[in-house]
Ligand binder design. Structure first.
Ligand code: KG4
Ligand code: ZN
Length: 330
């Protein structure tokens, strides 16, 4: 079964064709990083306008790389949310138009669930539920107790900034380009993780919830105390910040795995691209099965949307009138 997926939740316009939920036939990702870089974050109105400009070229390019035409597609899948409302509407309306014109079914997919499905797409063997889903992205830091992809409970989440958002804000404080995650990771390689005594927040009575806004403020104060930042200051601040954020994520994730007796952990979201995070997790939990998305599938992409669309379609079938599908922002 050939599924064409569309993704437009935030600042990537992406399209992919995936066979039977796993095999990526072709994919195209048009990133808007250049557009938002000077603002240090995503400007929603600019994002929507760019999605409109590129969605059809991105669709055409994906079909042409696969040497397929629209009539070869069996099912359309689109990211229904969460995300920016205007951005979501572009992808959803494009998908509705395709479904209507070609008389093929359309399914809506949850972007966050799709980030976790990306880890499954990168494995050869099936996974055994229940498992713990760990989403670390620019918008979310959440722990999911999963019975299946559509059946789960959120057992921990951030009460303020998402971890990727904290990386982006710290990068801005250090005068690094947006998005900051990869730049902090690179600088941290040359820094001392114990140079600064940074700590992530703890929420009284909620041991599985996260807080990163105090950590970000601690970095701001550390920088304010200095006249000018040397290269070595930037290395040490990056390494200490990254270490504080990741130690906290690992502690809470392993606590959750123990508490809910999960032996398999599924990871998703842009921050899971960080190799230092993967190394820290692997050495902290050698006894657990850690399933990471392959690098191309960590960041926002449409292959994960097509993949989960296929999975949901097989599980639940085609549910009703997809032309009435609405975007959900949260
Ligand atoms: O999942 P994603 O592409 O978009 C959202 O759905 O949010 O995640 C983007 C986030 C950004 O905050 C970015 O700084 C962060 O992922 N990120 C990283 C790395 N690569 C991307 N954070 C830490 N280390 C990285 N290597
Ligand atoms: Zn995402």
């Amino acid at each position: 079964m050939l599924v064409l997926g569309l993704e437009s939740t935030c600042d990537e316009t992406a399209c992919a064709i995936v066979r039977d939920g796993r095999e990526i036939i072709s994919e195209t990702i048009s990133s808007q990083i250049d557009l938002h870089a000077e603002y240090g974050g995503v400007v929603p109105e600019l994002a929507c306008r760019r999605h409109i400009d590129v969605i059809i070229p991105v669709l055409d390019e994906t079909l042409s790389k696969a040497s397929l035409s629209l009539s070869d597609i069996d099912l359309f899948a689109v990211a229904q949310g969460p995300g920016l409302i205007g951005a979501l509407l572009i992808g959803i309306n494009a998908a509705k138009a395709l479904s209507l014109a070609l008389n093929k079914p359309l399914v809506g997919v949850n972007h966050i669930e799709a980030h976790l499905y990306a880890a499954l797409m990168s494995q050869n063997e099936p996974i055994s539920f229940p498992c713990l889903g760990v989403v670390l992205s620019g918008g979310h830091t959440s722990l999911f107790l999963m019975q299946d992809f559509n059946t789960y409970t959120i057992i921990g989440q951030t009460v303020d900034d998402a971890v990727g958002e904290a990386f982006d804000k710290v990068a801005k404080i250090l005068d690094l380009p947006y998005p900051g995650g990869p730049h902090i990771e690179a600088l941290a390689r040359q820094g001392n993780p114990s140079a600064y005594a940074f700590r992530s927040g703890q929420i009284k009575g909620r041991p599985l919830d996260f807080s990163f806004s105090g950590l970000k403020t601690a970095v701001l104060y550390a920088v304010r105390g200095k006249e000018a930042l040397t290269a070595s200051d930037k290395h040490n601040i990056s390494a200490s910040f990254q270490h504080a954020a990741f130690s906290d994520i690992i502690n809470k994730t392993l606590l959750a795995a123990k508490q809910y007796d999960c032996r398999t952990l599924l990871f998703g979201g842009g921050v899971t691209n960080n190799q230092h995070l993967r190394t820290m997790f692997t050495s902290a939990a050698p006894e657990l099965k850690l399933l990471w998305p392959s690098c191309g599938l960590s960041l926002d992409n449409a292959a994960m949307i097509a993949g989960l669309g296929y999975y949901n379609y097989l599980k639940k079938g085609f549910c009703g009138d997809s032309l009435n599908m609405e975007a959900f922002t949260r």
